[in-house]
Design a protein around this ligand. Structure first.
Ligand SMILES: *Cc1c(COP(=O)(O)O)cnc(C)c1O
Length: 351
């Protein structure tokens, strides 16, 4: 190979490569990616077995029926929703549709890494605001003060990943009113676990965008499906920026089957809530500071021992997310079932 390299765009040259977490050969517990640790509904597997036939796989997917059914399940009109290749593509489309190089976008720290990734790729000017320490309180006043007439996008995860806190609807409405020229994305990836949503506000705010994913509570991260919601006029524009077939047939089949089995998901959500209480109490009993969280993960502070603790757990087949780069000493634990949390706590005690 020659050492001559074709020169990439400056935005790509300056992008930090995304580092995927390590995947040990033999692992027992994936508690590092906020996945559904019990797996999807059995109805999803049955639907996939039945629907994935040779002619179906040979044809480009027909989105129409799935679009109608999935929109109805979320209580919106089909024209108010875009199916995307994971929640990540929803974030990407927002940038592709609204943000030119040099445009200002407002992000929070710490938050979901893909906002900064796509902002970098778009060569946007990032205004990064810190969550208020020590409790990671949402900095509403600072955010309102940072809004300029030229602000093009504001991206907020609600609940926030990795801190776990929620922003109230009243605060979100303040932001929507203060930034009428900005695309305000409320990322509700963890909606199922907390139950608060601003979807009912769509009709009132033409600058509101909401995204959801099937990667978390639905247990379908491998199939890559997300939804982006906004007023129909916005959705039509976002659709122009999307490749025509970025969502695959398996994702459509699985999502429909999963939405038809809300009882399975509800039972999992209740299990996670009980397991979260158990995990928080167990961590506190061991002397860790645990941040309140309303999703399927908890952030806790392990101080200088954090990296070593993370490595020792990984050696025992339990993966956690080391958030030390953003929050020194902090680890993020995905919440699974009560029995998985009991396993985690007993391994932690042994260390
Ligand atoms: C997991 C996650 C997403 C979306 O993930 P996909 O797998 O791309 O659907 C979006 N936002 C946040 C905050 C997340 O944690």
């Amino acid at each position: 190979m020659s050492d001559w390299l074709l020169r990439p765009r400056a935005a790509v040259r300056e992008l930090a490569p995304y580092t995927l977490p390590p995947a040990p050969a033999e692992l027992t517990l994936r508690l590092h990616a906020n996945e559904n640790t019990a797996g999807c509904s059995p109805a999803v597997l049955a639907a996939l077995r039945q629907s994935l036939c040779a002619p179906g796989l040979a044809a480009y997917p027909d989105y129409e029926p799935a679009q109608r059914e999935i929109a109805a399940a979320f209580g919106v009109a089909p024209a108010e929703m875009l199916l995307t290749n994971g929640g990540d593509e929803a974030i990407q489309l927002l940038f592709q549709t609204y943000v030119d190089p040099g445009d200002q976008v407002i992000l929070l720290r710490p938050s979901y890494a893909m906002y900064r990734f796509y902002a970098g790729l778009a060569a946007a000017e990032v205004c990064g605001l810190d969550y208020d320490r020590p409790g990671f309180v949402f900095p509403l006043a600072a955010l309102l003060a940072a809004i300029r007439p030229t602000t093009r996008a504001i991206l907020l995860a609600n609940p926030n990943n990795p801190t776990g806190g929620c922003i109230g609807s009243a605060a979100i409405e303040c932001i929507l009113r203060a930034a009428p020229e900005a695309a305000v994305l409320i990322d509700e990836a963890y909606f199922d676990f907390c139950g608060t949503t601003v979807l009912p506000l769509l009709a009132a705010y033409p600058n509101l965008f909401v995204c959801r994913t099937f990667s978390k509570a639905h247990g379908l991260a491998a199939l890559r499906l997300g939804c982006l919601f906004s007023q129909a006029g916005n959705i039509a524009l976002l659709r122009r920026a999307q490749p025509p077939y970025s969502v695959n047939l398996g994702a459509l089949v699985a999502a429909r089957a999963s939405l038809r089995d809300p009882a399975y998901r509800q039972a999992y959500v209740e299990e996670v809530r009980a397991a979260r209480t158990l995990a928080a109490a167990g961590l506190r009993a061991l002397g860790f500071r645990v941040h309140a969280g309303c999703a399927n993960f908890l952030l806790f502070e392990a101080g200088r021992r954090a990296p070593a603790l993370c490595a020792a757990l990984a050696a025992r087949g339990i993966l956690l997310r080391d958030c030390g780069r953003d929050i020194p000493g902090a680890l993020r634990l995905s919440i699974g079932t009560r029995s998985q949390m009991a396993t985690f706590l007993s391994e932690l005690r042994a260390l």
